[in-house]
Write a protein that binds this ligand. Structure first.
Ligand code: ADP
Ligand code: MG
Length: 238
């Protein structure tokens, strides 16, 4: 699947009168790896979920390759979007191979489990294990392999590595970057960790109180640019 562009066009989502996502307009180039950074509660997850329609906006549109995601059935849309979040629920009664293949199977396709395990750097011998016999990092890799199995055009990672130890988190981060370079699929990485964003992304969007208040390259950020909100996040220790 060729890299797909992503556009938020005036997207607003309110919960109980508060605009948790407040008139966000931003265009993301197909094939880029963009980090969405902000403190807890700034609206990152809500904005991300408007892409796969786990959240329906009150106003505005989300376009993938120019098509409004609101048109057509949500299950079909979700097959084209890999989604990995913190503590992704693997099915405990299914093996690694079955967990990886399940999304593709629901879509009526077979998954090349061995190739997917290679892609996320998991030994093929783990295919027959159950999730309880894997480390947290390994489970997260299975989650990524599962998200990639239907060959999505867009990959969404929402604090996917937050629960892991720092070393595993950095390793997985580097692998996501390598994976991105290999597959070239449009990737949005949500994180509250600016250091992770700087390390992995080609563009960093900063969210604050439902708005995008910063939009800069890692290089600009490292040189003191990107605006006040971005710089204040730069000062937060990991
Ligand atoms: P982030 O991912 O940046 O931490 P979220 O998008 O999860 O932020 O949440 C932004 C704000 O919206 C928070 O104040 C949160 O409590 C609120 N919120 C998120 N989802 C819901 C919901 N389903 N119902 C009510 N409030 C919500
Ligand atoms: Mg969140």
């Amino acid at each position: 699947m060729p890299a797909q562009s992503l556009v938020f066009d005036g997207v607003t989502k309110r919960f109980g009168g508060t605009a948790v996502v407040d008139d966000v307009s931003v265009a993301i180039e197909g094939g880029s790896l963009v980090a969405l950074v902000g403190t807890s509660g700034s609206g990152k997850s809500t904005l991300l979920k408007t892409i796969n329609r786990l959240v329906e906006p009150d106003a505005g549109r989300v376009l993938i390759d120019g098509s409004d995601v609101a048109e057509g059935p949500a299950p079909l849309l979700r097959r084209g979007i890999g989604y990995v979040f913190q503590g992704i629920g693997l099915f405990p009664h299914l093996t690694v191979a079955e967990n990886v293949a399940i999304g593709a199977r629901i879509a009526g396709r077979d998954a090349d489990v061995a190739a997917l395990l290679d892609l996320v750097a998991l030994p093929r011998a783990m295919a027959d294990r159950y999730p309880s016999a894997l480390s947290g990092g390994q489970q997260q890799r299975v989650g990524i392999a599962r998200a990639l199995a239907p060959k999505p055009g867009v990959l969404l990672l929402d604090e996917a590595f937050g629960a892991l130890d720092p070393v595993t988190r950095d390793t997985l981060g580097q692998e996501i970057r390598a994976l991105h370079e290999r597959l070239g699929l449009t990737t949005i990485l949500v994180t509250h960790d600016m250091a992770e964003a700087l390390l992995l992304a080609t563009r960093v969007l900063v969210m604050q109180a439902g708005r995008i208040v910063g939009d800069a390259s890692p290089r600009d950020l490292a040189n003191g640019g990107g605006g006040e909100a971005a710089q204040s996040l730069m000062a937060v220790p990991r």
